[in-house]
Ligand binder design. Sequence first.
Ligand code: DON
Length: 598
Amino acid sequence: MAMIRTRFASNLLPGLLLGLLLVVAPSCARDVRPASTPTPQLSAQTPPGNAVASAHALATEAGLQVMREGGNAFDAAIATSAVLSVVEPISSGLGGGGFFLLHDARTGRDVFIDARETAPASASSDNYLSADGGFDRDRAENGPWSAGIPGLPAAFVHIADTYGQLPLAQSLAPAIRIAEHGFPVYARFARGYQSRRAVMERYPGTRAVFLANGRAPEEGDLFRQPDLARTLRLLAEHGFDGFYRGDVADRLVAGVAAEGGRWQPEDLAGYRVVEREPIRLRYHGWDVVTAPPPSSGGIAIAQMLQILEPWDLPALEDAARTHLVVESMRRAFRDRTFYLGDPDFVQVPQRLLTSRDYAAGLRATINPAKATPSDLLSGDPTPLEDEETTHFSIVDAAGNRAAVTQTVNLLFGSGLVAPGTGVLLNNEMDDFALQPGVPNAFGVMGFDANAPRPGKRPLSSMTPTFLVSDDRVAVLGTPGGSRIITMVLLGILGYDAGLDAQAVAALPRYHHQWMPDTISAESDAFSPQTAAQLRALGHVVDLPGETAAGGRGSSHVWGNLQTVLWNRADGTLSGGSDPRNPVGEAKVEPAVDTGPAP
Ligand code: DON
């Protein structure tokens, strides 16, 4: 057997979860591939095993399990995504959407599966006006008007049909089992529920799921979702029609109508995922493959990296480096505000915005000795956000890979479960510019390009990304609203500076989004000296607990970055799971060598 070297970078699996794994997933002890599975070619051209990094150990295990059963990274992506949908309703789910960036090792092709929610036919800015003509933030964030038509179930069907090796029933099996039998509530889940319960408990369908024990979920409770298990089963059995037509679709339409919203059966039956060309660029010898519109992330990443390219960032002092990175962030986010939206509805000047010449022009406006004030100050600080949304990264032993970020938007999405479905609906409509120039929950604004229209996808910041150089391949992404983009940028810069996967996941974070004209940062992002130097350059630095900007300090820590690194030079495969999230896990399993190929 070929010598396989793997490096394990994982958080410790809490004993409780391990116990549950053994109860609900007895087959996971199996470590042999079925005889029919092709033997992976172990060489410098293929990774030494399979790796999954996700925000929950049960989801990581589900991905590894289906690969043990002969599935590829794409089957594993379905399994991991579906289990996250069950165990992290706080973050994502069948009632939400996501982006799947896939690399098919056989064809060498990268494809971006856009499973973003779409606006229903009833969508209009007018739906979000209050009686006095102002903006109705409650309607934008809570209940039926905040929800777009879900995309995640359609992604499962499309990926299984087009890229997977296993039937959907097999890749969805772990999610169905966990929905049926339950999983232990963890601290972030219980805390998140408390902060959203006033909204969630407005809706009888939501109460039936979350108050099934007669009280709010508490850490350690077993959380079961039998209706969701049934919905998953219908999806596994009937594919697209199991969710978007028939019983589940009828219940979704009725559940929205019962709370005063308006979805039509055609909104669901007409939903389609879209395959898009990823954004590509070269940066310091890396091929960066990342998210195109309707994500704003890839264009912003291209702009920021190309602005920064000439500088040797690791060689600079902290304050000088941070200043340049922040100035690149400020410029990319300004363009996001005005130009970006769903490319099926608006002409996004993608070629211009991602060109080197344009980046050079932006670079020329950066003064290394002084912060550029953002022209218009909104005066609104970036609101505090807990971590919703979720990202996972997968590499399989054949060299396939998946970077997937999926979401229901804010904590527990709209809070609305359509009765009888177990499906918690997203509140992605708030990612539209529901009123021109009015900041959304992440403090980002937009205008016409991102105005709501029937069938249109709201602009996203989700940025699943691949980095490929001659000797290293990295898969990464994170939740965090508008900060996703800057966290992915810092992750790329970390890999470029030679960090390993776990160090990239742990990197301290800072962020600038043009408006408000403030650097927000985690508490340990800057030394006091660096913060003072940045202020001397003219930056407003908003550190937790401080009110330097006259605003609120940013939340203590952000993000939940999950990454896998395959080092082709030394033949290692490793994962990094954000240490800020104690239930996440990055795990590597050696490929099983079943003998010489015939
Ligand atoms: O698509 C987007 O950009 C947002 N709906 C993502 C939301 C998110 O990351 C929430 N996490 N803090």
